[in-house]
Design a protein around this ligand. Sequence first.
Ligand SMILES: NC(=O)C1=CN([C@@H]2O[C@H](COP(=O)(O)OP(=O)(O)OC[C@H]3O[C@@H](n4cnc5c(N)ncnc54)[C@H](OP(=O)(O)O)[C@@H]3O)[C@@H](O)[C@H]2O)[C@@H](O)CC1
Ligand SMILES: [K+]
Length: 496
Amino acid sequence: MTRADRGAQALGIPGGVLMERASVGMSRAILDSFGPLAGRRVLVAAGGGNNGGDGFVIARELYRAGADVAVFATKDEYGGDAAVNLDVLRNLAVRLVGRDAFSEELAGADLVVDALLGTGFEGEVRGDLSGLIREINDAAAPVVAVDVPSGVNGSTGEVEGPAVRADLTVCAHAAKVGCVVSPGGDHAGRVEVVDIGIPPEAEVEAATTWTDAASLRGVVPRRTGAAHKYSAGSLLIVAGSSSATGATVMVGRGAQRAGCGIVFVVTSESAAHRVDAALTEALVSGAPEDGDGLMSGDAVEHILGMSERASAIVLGPAAGVGEGGRRLVEGILNGTDLPILLDADAITNLPGPGALAARSGPTVITPHAGELGRLLGTGAKEVSARRLSSARRTAEESRSCVLLKGTDTLVAEGERVAVNSTGTHALATAGTGDVLSGVIGALLSRGADPYDAARTGAWAHGRAAELWLERTGRPVESMVATDLFEYLPEAFAELL
Ligand SMILES: NC(=O)C1=CN([C@@H]2O[C@H](COP(=O)(O)OP(=O)(O)OC[C@H]3O[C@@H](n4cnc5c(N)ncnc54)[C@H](OP(=O)(O)O)[C@@H]3O)[C@@H](O)[C@H]2O)[C@@H](O)CC1
Ligand SMILES: [K+]
């Protein structure tokens, strides 16, 4: 955003013009959501930078719409465009209130506009601003955040102290990373983006992008006229144990619904017949197991033999954690250059992200915060607090593609990070991760590169859950992972 903004000014567009366009657009979005505001009381809390400057213009616009507007400005002296716009307010019947009147204004407000801190903020909120933020969060009135909820790091989504909880965040030019990546994203409420007139010459390629349907156009591999089952992608799934067959079945069915031509499964010897019965179209075989019914390190030879018929491998779900599992993962990683997705137990069986760096074949890992916290040795809490940097760091150290699960599923590879735009709380249920592994595995088997396979898989998986909600009208709590199979084809259809 900073580069785009500077680029626009370097082309000769004055900063004040950008501020005016941003704030007029934001005001329109505010009126669309909360209007009409004639006769209603609006309190604008404006900080000392350009975010506060936006607040001054919004105050003027909402005043023009008939609102009774009060403005509290944190600074005595302003400079630049913010000063110009504050001076305009002095000529209007907008009330400029001091800190002593802030709490009373807040109590009487019908709407609060948070223009304290925007993209210029990082770290922890200093001084009296933290008190203001706490008061805003305790107030009854709905809150609109300007550009970023104050206290949220707009570039990372990290939140180190108090941060505004908004009902609506109006962003200039593009959704800020901090408004969509958790925990910042959980503070933003609904996010609306307003055009501020940045010309294409000043556009920059963002390292962090939003995975929506448009960004996936042309990415999903198609089956050609002459396809046979192998050319349509053949996936080898190595999963499950004598006491856990469900995960294996869900990976398999997810892969089939994502267009994989043929699915092979290797699971524990004593579980193979049950998986075979549940996966009609797949070829299932059993591998040597240990006394606990987990595939043992001795299974490697059988698996590598099977892999000769596959174009990609999914390794992990419910395969067990321990010495046998570690030998299994190590043997497969070293034994083939096929694209491999590691999930669940396979991730837990890795000694660290560096263990993947030596692979020459493409690798995807799909941890949740707990699994990634174990892999990095930092713990789930640290990963949840710093999702973007945790995913980036893992991608760098493992030289792999990392999909970090969550309400804001992140896909990181090299310098790039994609934030998924689909999904619902319905997905917070057992087995959905297994389905996701199958979907991404299928895309890998069909020739998609890891980054595209992971972000397409995340999008389609989330979209299938949304479609289930839309079509059935049932409460989110009642979805089970197998419900996704019926809606995955429709989700993919939206991308084709
Ligand atoms: N043309 C443009 O530029 C456009 C910009 N736009 C708008 O400008 C916003 C960016 O403006 P910005 O760069 O002025 O930064 P901003 O978010 O107001 O923060 C600076 C203030 O925060 C303060 N502060 C910082 N850290 C702090 C801390 N830890 N704890 C407490 N305070 C802290 C810092 O205080 P200081 O360090 O100076 O004491 C200073 O007062 C952007 O989000 C968008 O809304 C749009 O209108 C489009 C056109
Ligand atoms: K703000």
